[in-house]
Design a protein around this ligand. Structure first.
Ligand SMILES: [Zn+2]
Ligand SMILES: [Zn+2]
Length: 421
């Protein structure tokens, strides 16, 4: 926390136009002026990023991450708001549990931590959780998900979709047919056969996405598809949108950058759910982001302590960290290849995620009088990723030893600097 009440930031708004000076006031938490300047700057000024898919591991797995360490990692990645998935121990499935998460997030004060409520009690897939109570709680939950597990029972899924309509809620589905993925370790195909690992077929993801889209159409409710990863999944969502069905979709940085080839040496660092797919899937998911079929980037930041991740491949936990590298990966995949502009990146990493969950307090628009939630980024920097030096408590970054462009040089949350010098 800085002591002075006012900060000035020099750079280009949304990465375009002339260099400006932005004044931020820590007491009011607002942008107080934006004025042209003759100073030179290579920095770009973006609204604070919003993640709809973060695993913070508290309560229950504080040796992997806590709300405090995850918030610090989020700030280091340029985020000012994260949504905490419900698969903690115990599961976040009551009004008091979601209020507790929001309250600890407020006490830490580095980002806005908004809880996601479970769809079913204890993620058991059988009995619906108290969705209404969580929505009406002080945490004002909008998004519900059993992420980590799929809501497999179509009747429960239908009832949940119908139920959240009353308060404009949304169901975020982890699309994975559990029967088709029993003991599955990696993408099913030639490589899984060669490596002798149990395959995870694309159809296990796509069949659930197709079913849920039809349920969303039938109920007229809002459906959000987490971390889609296959070419077929992109095609199904594209079709649904052409039919006017109310569905939004998310892709992760790792599915946009890495393919199953990373698994050739059985390194559990690359084990994730859904699995890394073929290069042609990666390219189809990229195309889905470019043409707007995929609405947002969600990190699926999934920290795991060493003993959970670095054991033999079969026993290793699924998941990768992502908060501190997400913006840089998106820069590498889309900006450095001239396929998206910074304006587009703001849309998929800040504006649209905020819109999906009805956030009004995040100040996605950089203008005088708005909340000063700001990410300052240097697109000309470049460095190798060293997980041991990151703020997250866990070291399971899939970008270890890889060089990524960019650097988040500062983050401001409600006018206070939460990252950078
Ligand atoms: Zn998931
Ligand atoms: Zn997840």
């Amino acid at each position: 926390m800085q002591k002075s009440k006012s900060s000035r930031i020099i750079g280009r708004l949304y990465g375009a136009g002339d260099v400006v000076e932005v004044q931020v006031d820590a007491l009011s938490g607002k942008i107080t002026s934006i004025t042209p300047t003759n100073e030179e700057s290579e920095l770009i000024i973006l609204p604070g990023l919003v993640d709809l898919h973060t695993h913070l591991r508290q309560p229950g797995q504080e040796n992997s991450e806590t709300i405090a360490t995850g918030s610090r990692a989020a700030a280091a990645g340029g985020y000012t708001c994260v949504h905490a998935m419900a698969n903690t121990i115990p599961v976040s499935d009551t009004a008091s549990s979601v209020e507790q998460t929001a309250r600890i997030g407020d006490e830490v004060g580095l980002v806005e931590v908004r809880p996601i409520g479970a769809v079913t009690k204890g993620l058991n897939g059988v009995k619906m959780a108290e969705l209404g109570a969580m929505a009406e709680s002080n945490a004002k939950v909008k998004m519900f998900s059993d992420d980590g597990k799929c809501v497999f029972d179509p009747l429960i899924m239908r009832r949940a979709l119908e139920y959240v309509k009353a308060f404009d809620g949304i169901i975020a589905q982890h699309s994975q047919d559990p029967r088709l993925t029993e003991n599955a370790q990696m993408n099913e195909g030639a490589l899984s056969s060669k490596l002798g690992l149990q395959g995870w077929p694309a159809v296990a993801e796509e069949s659930i996405i197709a079913r849920d889209i039809l349920l969303a159409k039938h109920t007229g409710s809002r459906l959000h598809i987490c971390h889609l990863s296959t070419k077929g999944a992109v095609e199904i969502v594209r079709f649904a949108k052409s039919q006017g069905i109310n569905v939004t979709a998310e892709a992760t940085p790792h599915h946009l950058y890495l393919s199953e080839e990373e698994l050739a040496e059985y390194n559990p660092r690359y084990k994730v759910n859904p699995p890394l797919r073929r290069r042609e899937d990666v390219e189809a998911v990229q195309q889905g982001v470019i043409d707007g079929t995929i609405d947002i980037i969600g990190t699926d930041h999934a920290p795991h302590a060493l003993e959970l991740k670095y054991c033999n491949f079969q026993d290793s936990a699924f998941g990768m960290t992502g908060l501190e590298t997400a913006l840089r990966v998106i820069d590498a995949v889309f900006i450095k290849t001239d396929r998206l502009t910074w304006r587009d990146v703001v849309r998929i990493m800040s504006e649209k995620p905020a819109q999906i969950v009805g956030l009004s307090s995040q100040g996605q628009e950089l203008k005088v009088g708005n909340v000063a939630n700001i990410c300052v980024y240097n697109p000309n920097a470049e460095s190798e990723i060293v997980p041991e030096e990151q703020y997250t408590k866990s070291t399971n970054s899939p970008f270890k030893h890889k060089t990524l462009p960019g650097e988040v040089v500062a983050t401001f949350y409600r006018g206070r600097q939460t990252h950078g010098g």
